[in-house]
Design a protein around this ligand. Structure first.
Ligand code: FES
Length: 107
């Protein structure tokens, strides 16, 4: 199973295995990774699954889609590498993916 590393603002990290076909958001929730709220359950409408894709993985992950861009406008401290983790599907190509957790999620 692909491994995903979630790095918190304090530098602590969690490495989890997530099945192909799940999302990076589900990988966090299924493994009790703090910092991902996912209030809408992954329907791309809340922005509380916000993550920053590590610079080394931006190309592999790909760009945000238009609806995600719109929802991220509700996010806090949105940056060029911001993504909604519910919109990133886990694939074998993303084995080793690193994402950084924001200091806080939107309400
Ligand atoms: S879980 Fe709500 S936008 Fe991702």
């Amino acid at each position: 199973m692909p491994r995903i590393t979630y790095i918190a603002q304090d530098g602590s990290s969690r490495v989890v295995e997530a099945p192909v076909g799940h999302t990076v958001m589900e990988g966090a929730l299924d493994n009790d990774v703090d910092g991902i709220v996912a209030a809408c359950g992954g329907s791309c409408s809340c922005s509380t699954c916000h993550v920053y894709v590590d610079e080394a993985w931006i190309e592999a992950v790909g760009p945000r889609h238009a609806e995600e861009d719109f929802v991220l406008e509700q996010g806090i401290d949105v940056r060029p590498n911001s993504r909604l983790s519910c919109q990133i599907d886990v694939t074998e190509a993303l084995d080793g993916l690193v994402v950084h957790l924001p200091a806080e999620q939107a309400e």
